[in-house]
Design a protein around this ligand. Structure first.
Ligand SMILES: [Zn+2]
Length: 294
């Protein structure tokens, strides 16, 4: 494979930073981006700089222990989290961390993006779990990320933001776009009464099409509670299950967990179910009944 010149990789980080800022995925100096440039070298964004206004000269080179090797600025304050990802995943060449507002809203509410809803999300990311809350910039954060990153290419970070990885920096960035887009669609669907889920049968069909989309995804689509991902010998990788009903023959199914959401709109209540009426509605019904008696 052709080696990409360092200057190009620096320019790529500048461009990804510009897109993160332009799309509102970061505010102020939030977020950080890294690229693996050798066995023991990473290129990273600097600390305390808006990702929308970086220049290639600002980039910092560090080793895999986080020690600065080159650059005039200090390395990103979230470097520990990135280093942990590279230690756990030899296939990962780039990591993007941002705080996209809607996805982060799900992370704050403690609601994982785990429902089988959109084909492109199932194909690229599978389920998107939430790594447990950790104080930013401390060792807690890499510890929280470690559990899921072996089996997932995209995570939410509880009460913080999101993290994506890829074989190059644009691949990692596009996964961040996908997460935020998915979060917006999920929120909209819930406001409109709830999602219909893609059935397990259809999810398996999508999984078989991954190759067709050119996705050699290390992130598995987990349809049961089996721990997988990370290959043999990895015992502590957690793969979050994609929520997808097993309903043979159906391709879209009302979400059983959404209660009064989708499906109930067209549903006739059972004998023993309570119906709530306002006083005005009740008075109108009584009035109507009295009219009929006359
Ligand atoms: Zn952050």
């Amino acid at each position: 494979m052709a080696v990409v010149p360092l200057d190009q990789l620096k320019a790529d980080i500048v461009e990804v930073g510009r897109r993160l800022y332009a799309r509102g995925f970061v505010a102020s100096n939030d977020g950080n981006i890294t690229i693996r440039i050798g066995d023991d070298r990473l290129l990273t964004t600097p600390k305390s700089v808006s990702k929308g206004f970086m220049t290639p000269e600002m980039m910092v080179i560090v080793d895999l222990d986080g020690r600065k090797v080159a650059g005039s600025l200090d390395a990103s304050s979230e470097l520990k989290m990135h280093l942990e990802v590279y230690r756990q995943r030899s296939d990962v060449k780039a990591v993007v961390h941002a705080h996209p507002a809607v996805a982060t809203g799900f992370a704050v509410a403690g609601i994982p993006l785990d429902r089988a809803v959109l084909a492109e999300v199932i194909c690229t990311l599978g389920s998107i779990p939430i790594a447990e809350y950790a104080t930013p910039s401390t060792q807690e954060l890499p510890n929280a990320v470690r559990q899921y990153i072996k089996a997932h290419d995209g995570l939410l970070l509880a009460n913080h933001g999101a993290l994506t990885v890829g074989t190059d920096v644009f691949a990692a960035y596009y996964k961040m776009e996908t997460i935020e887009h998915f979060a917006k669609i999920s929120l909209t669907a819930r406001l409109l009464g709830g999602e219909r889920l893609i059935s397990q049968e259809e999810v398996l069909r999508l999984q078989s099409l991954r190759g067709l989309y050119g996705i050699a995804a290390p992130a598995p689509i987990c349809l049961d509670d089996d721990v997988s991902g990370g290959g043999a010998g990895v015992v502590d990788a957690t793969c979050q299950v994609v929520r997808s009903p097993d309903t043979p023959g159906a391709r879209l199914v009302a979400d059983p967990a959404s209660g009064v959401a989708f499906g109930s709109r067209d549903r006739v209540p059972g004998d023993d179910e309570e119906i709530r009426l306002t006083y005005r509605e009740l008075a109108a019904l009584v009035e109507d009944a009295v009219q009929k008696l006359r």
